[in-house]
Design a protein around this ligand. Structure first.
Ligand code: ADP
Length: 356
């Protein structure tokens, strides 16, 4: 295939970047090794005083540069996220608690028939908290969180996506328990194979091989979370591999109120409870990130009134946000999800969604 291009590391041009494979190897081999040593310290670590200088067995055939990139670009170290940070979504939360968090916390109890799912599919409109849920799962189960978007696999590492997939799973295995969160997973696992180019097809194949391989070793504790706004595009065979499929809908009234109240906590405002309820009513159809955008827009109201003399203003002269700020913001920030899309999600949920 002539369209295979040479892999160019996006890191090469960075200042202070080392291309010395030995050096990278040492840095990450050491790091990764000490990471995995934590997991197995009580049985096989004592007889191997030299282990810190060796690269972990599971990374032997992986290019050090790829490991470096995964550690830099995909490993996500966001601070702890708790369930309380996520508004609404009670159904998803309780299902995840029972089928994902408990098994990750107590792998000794959740074996055999109770074994944890390897795959979790989150679908629904954009901006509804799918990524937040992924982070929360990792954070609550003490897992390492890898966050990648499908488009970066298929476009950023031209010709190397396949190797990158292998590398990602290898690194995740070394750092387990791990959560691999793949955004826009539909574009990776698409049904349309006819017009598909060879490189993408190979990435998809490798991805499914790795995904299937995840659970072959009983100790492997890797959870793959796929997020998508287009669940219908996912190939049926791939879809079946996600044991749990959860609909992440738009926030209902209660969730929007929780979101608003939470966002307003960070700012001084004069909205009464009734006024907050009015905003909640008027944001029917808004996603969580739409509500977030609305509040940000409203928060600029008091600033705009200052007519530009920002540099000399006394902070105490900035008035609290009020209901009028929201009324104006509502005309600027509209719901981003169409009725038609919503109907599709609901239909898909009825057909494929996990009821528990
Ligand atoms: P997506 O479903 O597209 O992955 P995200 O999880 O990235 O959406 O959410 C985008 C932003 O919207 C979050 O950072 C958060 O500020 C806000 N948000 C969306 N849904 C919720 C929710 N249910 N609870 C709290 N914040 C939310």
């Amino acid at each position: 295939s002539g369209n295979r291009q040479k892999f160019v590391s996006p890191l090469i041009n960075k200042k202070n970047e080392t291309n010395d494979e030995d050096e990278i190897c040492k840095k990450y081999g050491y790091y990764l090794n000490s990471g995995s040593a934590k997991q197995s310290s009580n049985n096989n670590n004592n007889n191997n005083s030299n282990s810190n200088e060796e690269v972990d067995e599971r990374l032997k055939n992986i290019e050090p540069k790829m490991i470096e990139m995964i550690m830099n670009e995909m490993l996500d170290k966001t601070p702890t996220i708790t369930w309380d940070d996520i508004a609404g979504l009670e159904h998803a939360k309780s299902t995840i608690m029972e089928s994902v968090i408990w098994p990750m916390q107590r792998p000794d109890i959740f074996t055999g028939l109770r074994g944890p799912p390897k795959g979790l599919l989150l679908y629904g409109p954009p901006g509804t908290g799918k990524t937040l849920i992924g982070k929360c799962i990792a954070s609550q189960s003490g897992a390492t969180f890898f966050n990648i978007s499908s488009s970066s696999l298929t476009s950023k590492w031209i010709g190397e996506g396949e190797k990158m997939v292998r590398a990602l799973f290898a690194v995740a295995r070394v750092h387990q328990p791990s959560v691999i969160f793949v955004d826009e997973i539909d574009s990776l696992l698409t049904q349309r194979t006819d017009g598909e180019n060879e490189a993408n097809r190979r990435i998809k194949t490798e991805f499914l091989v790795q995904f299937d391989g995840c659970g072959t070793s009983a100790e492997d504790r890797i959870l793959l979370i796929g997020a998508t706004n287009r669940p219908g595009e996912i190939d049926e065979a791939a879809r079946r591999r996600f044991r749990k499929k959860l609909y992440i809908p738009l926030p209902d009234e209660g969730a929007r109120k929780a979101l608003l109240t939470n966002l307003l906590k960070k700012q001084s405002h004069s909205l009464s409870d009734d006024e907050i309820n009015t905003v909640v009513e008027k944001t029917k159809g808004y996603s969580g990130s739409d509500v977030d955008g609305l509040c940000r827009e409203a928060a600029l109201g008091p600033i705009r009134e200052l007519k530009g003399d920002i540099k000399n203003i006394n902070i105490n002269d900035v008035r609290p946000m009020n209901c009028q700020d929201f009324i104006e913001a509502l005309s600027q920030v509209r719901a981003s999800v169409s009725e038609k899309d919503l109907e599709f999600y609901i239909k898909f949920d009825e057909e494929y969604g996990s009821k528990r």
